[in-house]
Design a protein around this ligand. Structure first.
Ligand SMILES: Nc1ncnc2c1ncn2[C@@H]1O[C@H](COP(=O)(O)OP(=O)(O)OP(=O)(O)O)[C@@H](O)[C@H]1O
Ligand SMILES: [Mg+2]
Length: 246
């Protein structure tokens, strides 16, 4: 469904992603791990078309989307839950969801009301608060709204950028249950997460991004079985230091 090949991207003269390749098959849940500044969000922004890569290709169902505007990529069935939630604070919960439906993928003949019911079913708290200003929601509720907003376009591939960051354990459990329900419903997911236990509990495979390169791509089971798991980031980070010096 998603294929990223030899992708390089950056901001002005600063190169961030260096020849990144990864794949996500339909129905798969894949985690993207890596320390701060590794380029995880940069990769998500490239996939959704907010940033144009300098080299390489991104294909969605065989279509090269590198230079497509974001709305086109959304129409292809991709949606992003951005890092830091980015809900529209001065608008109500319902209006935020409406904005997410502006590029509703119509091929499945799904209506706004059907999507709204689906999102409210997944997060009943959003229904209770549908008239409340998004900026006055708790962090967890804002995260639910950010996920709900992305789901309003009826995506087939959902990109989740650190959806659990900064949330209390109880809220993490709630959102994790919703993400698991999405997985069970067959939605394809690419999940950025720094905590290995959370990521590997949800995903079947994982890629580790270190300083803009894929240091490791493997199944969650294999990754969990490694006894050096806690040192993994550190060792890969120092490997990539040597790589860069070489
Ligand atoms: N808009 C921008 N302009 C310039 N540099 C940027 C911009 N956004 C990110 N960067 C730089 O690109 C690098 C990768 O950032 P990115 O946000 O992709 O990392 P990340 O893996 O998502 O990190 P985190 O876990 O902290 O979210 C960092 O060095 C960052 O400073
Ligand atoms: Mg990030």
């Amino acid at each position: 469904m998603l294929r990223v090949e030899d992708l390089s991207a950056g901001y002005g003269a600063a190169s961030v992603l260096k020849s990144v390749s990864l794949e996500v098959a339909q129905g798969e849940v894949v985690a993207l791990l890596g320390p701060n500044g590794a380029g995880k969000s940069t990769l998500m922004n490239c996939i959704i078309g907010l940033l144009t890569p300098s080299a390489g290709t991104i294909t969605i169902d065989g279509h090269v989307v590198n230079r497509e505007p974001t709305y086109q990529t959304i129409k292809r069935g991709v949606a992003l839950v951005p890092e830091g939630r980015r809900v529209f604070g001065p608008f109500t919960v319902r209006d935020n969801l409406r904005m997410g439906s502006l590029r509703l993928r119509t091929s499945g003949a799904v209506s706004f009301d059907e999507r709204l019911d689906y999102v409210y079913g997944l997060f009943p708290r959003l229904k209770e608060r549908q008239g409340q200003m998004a900026g006055t929601l708790s962090g967890g509720e804002q995260q639910m709204l950010a996920i709900g907003r992305a789901l309003m376009s009826n995506p087939r591939l959902l990109l989740l950028d650190e959806p659990f960051l900064g949330l209390a354990p109880k809220v993490v459990d709630e959102i994790r249950a919703a993400v698991e329900a999405l997985r069970a419903a067959g939605l394809t997911l690419l999940l950025v997460e720094q905590k290995l236990d959370i990521a590997l509990g949800i995903a079947s495979r994982a890629y580790v991004l270190i300083k803009g390169r894929v240091g490791l791509g493997t199944t969650s089971q294999e990754l969990l079985a490694r006894d050096d798991l806690s040192d993994l980031y550190f060792s890969l980070a120092s490997q990539s230091d040597t790589m860069e010096e070489a």
